[in-house]
Design a protein around this ligand. Structure first.
Ligand SMILES: Nc1ncnc2c1ncn2[C@@H]1O[C@H](COP(=O)(O)OP(=O)(O)OP(=O)(O)O)[C@@H](O)[C@H]1O
Ligand SMILES: Nc1ncnc2c1ncn2[C@@H]1O[C@H](COP(=O)(O)OP(=O)(O)OP(=O)(O)O)[C@@H](O)[C@H]1O
Ligand SMILES: [Mg+2]
Ligand SMILES: [Mg+2]
Lengths: 249, 249
């Protein structure tokens, strides 16, 4: 079982879009995948067609010990999903004094669950929720939009990862940067990719996810890109990315 | 003096881009403007050319009472700017028991500062930092990318605003929704705009900000759109939006 945190504190870089479509791509390639929505905005849950994730079993109840993880898993698009809850924002203050506040998630994820991959969709911030994801995960994937602020965010991310490796999770690996919404006609995109290659050549996946409107449309139908538009650029890109992910194992 | 919070918990909707370019547009129309970077990632500070905002006077020091607000203001592109600091993330736990935790910002902003507009760039989350911005502000502008998740975020935003109006700031007005990265060729953009008009007709600014690569390039040069490319669509759109903002006073 491989636990992967999909994170970037910069907003709107394609974390949720990547969680759904990497999950769906790995499922098409024969894996059993669980998605966990750790964003209080529940964007992953809404994008897979749930109308009211707050009023169903969710990851907040599991982290608080009110519910076993397996009772919160629902089947959607052949994947397991544990929805988010708006109450996740309260964890920061609720657990402020708790010794175990960083390992709430790690404690409930174990090998016997029967999944090949568990993907964690993180909110755009570095609070207790993301700390829990980085402590539970073995690997980190970072979706990055190839624009000015992408590089600024990387140094902060590296610092955070090093802190987590030192204090909570020594085996955590910052293994992959995913270039999202890439358009080779834009000089800015090409320039930022060149900088990323200079600093992070071994981490940048060779598959780029191109700008493709079908990826933005699929959530309106509660679908992943493979069920919404299997012949789109988006589907081709995410499938190639999944093949690359599996080869790296 | 008008204090405006530019906020949306959804990431990547154009909050920072709008703060910079509304600020610069209002300045071109003869106003004296202060920008305050409330995002611990300091994207606004980086986008205006600062290399190391953490090691200069910043809004965190002001909120903690270590520095007077006027000593933290720097002049950039004819605007006042108070940079952010990564330490802003600590406010949540540092002030957990403090009675005044919601009014830290309100306490330091007053009419004698000599600004016509103060624009607050918020992080993509609803924690203590954004609460301070909503408590200090008279108006809220919400940049929205016209895609699926835009509408989901609105209902949560309205709920938050109503809480703040009830508990901290009765005169707070949710006055404007700004459509950003709009491309009229995309069916999805047109459909989401139609829904926004149905639910929020009186709040949606009639000026849309179109997708325009110059807006994404300008921060690499530490410039606003008017100094980077005054004849671009981005400059035209933001100037028209500023004229609309001034007419609404
Ligand atoms: N390759 C792509 N082509 C076109 N649109 C895309 C692509 N990837 C993502 N999008 C769109 O960009 C927007 C932002 O993506 P998404 O919500 O996945 O980012 P995020 O990093 O999860 O955001 P947040 O920081 O709010 O969690 C969404 O509207 C999504 O549909
Ligand atoms: N109208 C536009 N046309 C093209 N690119 C744009 C436009 N508006 C914003 N962008 C780009 O989109 C990205 C996201 O914008 P921005 O950083 O301003 O959003 P934000 O809401 O402040 O994000 P965060 O949630 O991380 O604070 C940036 O790379 C920016 O340059
Ligand atoms: Mg997301
Ligand atoms: Mg921003």
């Amino acid at each position: 079982m491989k636990i992967i945190a999909i994170t970037n504190q910069k907003g709107g870089t394609g974390k949720t879009t990547s969680t759904i479509n990497i999950g769906a791509g790995l499922t098409r390639l024969g894996n059993r995948v669980l998605l966990i929505d750790l964003d209080p905005q529940a964007n992953l849950s809404f994008s897979l067609g749930l109308n009211d994730p707050a009023n169903m079993p969710n990851i907040y109840m599991v982290l608080k010990g009110e519910l076993a993880l397996t009772s919160a898993v629902i089947e959607i698009n052949n994947m397991g999903l544990i929805p988010a809850s708006p109450q996740l924002v309260n964890l920061e203050t609720e657990m402020a004094g708790d010794q175990n506040k960083a390992i709430l998630l790690k404690k409930v994820l174990d090998d016997r669950l029967g999944f090949d991959y568990i993907l964690l969709d993180c909110p755009p911030s570095y609070g207790l929720i993301t700390l829990n994801a980085l402590t539970a995960a073995q690997e980190i994937f970072v979706p990055v939009q190839a624009e000015f602020l992408a590089l600024q965010g990387m140094s902060k991310l590296l610092e955070t990862v090093q802190n987590v490796q030192r204090e909570h999770n020594p085996t955590l690996e910052f293994s992959g940067i995913i270039a999202t919404r890439y358009d080779q006609r834009r000089v800015l995109n090409r320039e930022v990719i060149d900088s990323l290659l200079e600093h992070f050549r071994d981490k940048l996946f060779t598959t780029f996810i191109h700008e493709n409107i079908a990826l933005a449309e699929a959530p309106s139908f509660g679908q992943d890109i493979f069920s919404y538009r299997p012949d789109s650029n988006g589907a081709r890109d995410y499938l190639a990315l999944c093949q690359e992910i599996m080869e790296r194992r």
